[in-house]
Design a protein around this ligand. Structure first.
Ligand code: NAD
Length: 430
């Protein structure tokens, strides 16, 4: 392993979500602006500013020590005018109802951008999976499905993995749903293991979509991807596959982080080594004595910055210190609206989350189509279909940004909200 440069040994704990800007409120502001640009009335905004449905559930789970712990879970369904709702389930101590609501709206936008026949949904359970055993996680996953089973299903609302959930958790959830319905229901959930009806390319889909966006963005900026210096925050599902894909393209990954901190090497990190050593929660910084903080990581000298961990990382406080020429948001909501404007003013090309991370839901859609048909595609078919969708989505949003003289985030909202608004009107809801 190459020598790692030390900046600071002190680790700052991540700020709690309550200290940060409200995701739902900032989503409202930009949806209103996008709908106004499209010429829709205030009534359409009133309909689309909140999910149609949000269910809060309490899930009792027998813990390994014999005690019973009751967990809180949520499922939000933003708008089903276009089709069934779709979106991941996250397991995280800081999941909140408002966060799940905002994320369900963003899923509608992603589905609109990728032109998928879905509205947005999202789920979450307030828990700390890193402190739970395999058995406890299985009982929690099954309990969640029992609690939300009335409002989900292959033609109603289709869950998927998100932060700290994976294909094993999807397998338990699919099995529980199939038991409740008394028939095999692979189309109930996506992100499953291949042997249970998963799709080739699902695990790497988000990272592949982000890679495609990076390639399109660097073309616009006249940067060569080969030897470009890249910093990635987060080394979980999205961040780790992304690091490998970009490393294979010849880019230099100079900084990587996890929840505890980051590592930095201006000469480029040894990504195969880190992939080999990372644990299933995307932890690598604990392998090193000398680390930098996540705040320092974001401000490193680089060409491309990819936040691939959590929300509200680039704010008005640090946006002027970002050195990257291109910021591509693999995570949901890593940049505040204020910071978006600061970056746009500094001519940083920001590829927003609802475009950059749409690869995951796109291949989830492919998985659902394959489940419904009972006919499975090759990895090449999946990759080619994803590439076509991502390239054309990027281009259409870039063109809206150019022609309407708006930043890429507002352009993505304009493209993304259109289908839900139009479908709701055509159904006579507004
Ligand atoms: P993951 O749970 O696999 O990994 C999360 C990574 O972020 C880990 O390395 C973790 O240590 C790190 N992390 C957690 N809290 C952090 C903090 N406070 N500061 C810095 N790092 C922190 O999650 P993932 O699936 O890779 O998702 C990451 C982001 O990408 C999320 O915002 C998620 O919503 C988004 N996303 C993921 C997918 C997907 O298919 N996995 C799809 C779309 C969007």
């Amino acid at each position: 392993m190459k020598a790692l440069h030390t900046k600071n040994k002190t680790q700052k704990s991540p700020k709690s979500q309550t200290e940060k800007p409200d995701l739902l409120q900032s989503t409202h502001a930009i949806i209103r602006e996008a709908l106004q640009k499209l010429g829709y009335s205030e009534q359409v905004f009133e309909l689309l500013k909140e999910p149609l449905r949000t269910l809060t559930v309490r899930i009792p789970v027998k813990m390994d020590d014999g005690s019973v712990k009751v967990f809180t879970g949520f499922r939000a369904q933003h708008n089903d005018a276009v089709g069934p709702t779709k979106g991941g389930v996250r397991f995280h101590p800081q999941v909140s109802e408002d966060e799940v609501k905002a994320l369900s709206i963003w899923m509608s936008l992603k589905c609109g951008i990728a032109n998928l026949p879905y509205g947005g949904g999202k789920g979450g359970i307030v828990c700390d999976p890193q402190t739970m055993s395999f058995g406890e996680l299985e009982r929690l996953s099954r309990g969640y499905v029992r609690a939300i089973s009335q409002i989900v299903g292959p033609t109603k609302d289709i869950p998927a993995p998100d932060v700290y959930t994976n294909s094993q958790i999807m397998a338990w959830m699919m099995d529980e749903y199939s038991n409740i319905r008394e028939f095999d229901s692979p189309g109930f959930i996506t992100g499953k293991p291949l042997v249970l009806g998963g799709s080739h390319g699902r695990e790497t889909a988000t990272a592949q979509g982000v890679t495609i966006c990076i390639k399109e963005a660097v073309k616009k900026k006249g940067i060569s991807l080969k030897n470009a210096r890249i910093v990635i925050q987060g080394f979980g599902n999205a961040g780790s596959f992304l690091a490998k894909m970009l490393y294979d393209e010849g880019a230099k990954i100079v900084g990587i982080s996890d929840v505890l901190g980051g590592i930095y090497d201006p000469g480029g990190l040894d990504i195969p080594f880190l992939l080999d050593r990372r644990d299933s929660f995307g932890m690598i910084s604990n392998l090193f004595e000398e680390t930098i903080t996540n705040s320092e990581l974001l401000e490193l000298d680089c060409d491309i910055l990819v936040p691939a961990a959590i929300s509200n990382q680039i704010t008005a406080e640090n946006a002027y210190q970002i050195k990257a020429a291109v910021v591509v948001e693999a995570a949901n909501g890593p940049t505040t609206l204020e910071a978006t404007k600061i970056l746009a003013g500094r001519e940083v090309l920001l590829v927003p989350d609802i475009l950059a991370s749409a690869g995951g839901v796109t291949v989830s859609y492919f998985e659902w189509v394959q489940n419904n048909q009972g006919y499975y595609w090759t990895p090449e078919e999946v990759r080619d279909k994803l590439e076509k969708i991502m390239v054309s989505s990027f281009e259409s949003i870039y063109q809206v940004a150019q022609t309407q003289q708006v930043d890429m985030r507002l352009a993505a909202y304009i493209v993304g909200i259109q289908k839900a608004a139009q479908a709701s009107q055509l159904r006579g809801w507004v």
